[in-house]
Design a protein around this ligand. Sequence first.
Ligand SMILES: Cc1cc2nc3c(=O)[nH]c(=O)nc-3n(C[C@H](O)[C@H](O)[C@H](O)COP(=O)(O)OP(=O)(O)OC[C@H]3O[C@@H](n4cnc5c(N)ncnc54)[C@H](O)[C@@H]3O)c2cc1C
Ligand code: FES
Length: 275
Amino acid sequence: MNRIVKKTQLSENVFRMTINAPQIAEKREAGQFVVIMTEEKGERIPLTIVDSDRDEGTVTIIFQVVGKTTMCLAAMKKGEDLFAVLGPLGMPTEMEDFGTSVVVGGGVGIGVAYPIIKALKEAGNKVIAIIGARTKDILILEDEIREVCDRLIVSTDDGSYGVHGFVTDVLKDLIDSGETINRAFAIGPVPMMKFLCEVTRPYNIKTIVSLNPIMVDATGMCGACRVSVGGKTKFACVDGPEFNGHDVDFNLLMNRLRMYNVEEEEARKGCKCHE
Ligand SMILES: Cc1cc2nc3c(=O)[nH]c(=O)nc-3n(C[C@H](O)[C@H](O)[C@H](O)COP(=O)(O)OP(=O)(O)OC[C@H]3O[C@@H](n4cnc5c(N)ncnc54)[C@H](O)[C@@H]3O)c2cc1C
Ligand code: FES
């Protein structure tokens, strides 16, 4: 059992939770994730480890409520126990001093970007973070990210805060301004990652993306998380979740993410967690 030691709401549908998981806190590295089960017969969902505290024996996750299991997780309170937290899973982010690294986070992907930004800075990089959201009210972690990077650019789609426009436009402007970028990271909704890779491709800027295919066992056995990278089949849970974005077949990923839409909608409607 893993106890919830802290829970805060970051925006209408996004929550941060700190969970007691000493063995995971001891070993985890940037880019890795946990699989969470809220109850014995529940679904297993993958969530990125956003932060950890070895002394306290805790890990922190940030999640957006999108369906049944994230609804159930959001309904849980401080002091309650999760049925299981498994990890750390996945390959850690390849980390070195690349020179200047740009990390782009969109929506709840900003939470996934945070540990990468922090680790890049610790590895000696000059880190430029670009974070974006549809509107100001759902923008998360601005202060935390400002603290761990060299430069932060914020954008909103509706212009309610920061630069008016998409993170793709901000990155394009940054490149056009003559900034040398040695490595880029893109984390967020699949279309955002796809278009960001098209921005960096002509400039040959290696761009790492963090993929979020549906996962079941998360140990490389079931094949649910298969993605196509450079024409080869990879399992995101053990080979990823990070890959060279210029080689990823994003259309296949988007199709596979829609595979269980009907079942997910039924599960969402039948969910009684909030009652
Ligand atoms: C490695 C990895 C790290 C992730 N990290 C985060 C994170 O830090 N924060 C966060 O909010 N989300 C993260 N996700 C996505 C998160 O796992 C899904 O939002 C969650 O599983 C949805 O479960 P649900 O039952 O609430 O929704 P469902 O009703 O099951 O699904 C709603 C939507 O989420 C997608 N989805 C469903 N099941 C999965 C699954 N097992 N894996 C991925 N996507 C799924 C579906 O395409 C669907 O559109 C991550 C996914 C992966 C693969
Ligand atoms: S989730 Fe089963 S192989 Fe990756």
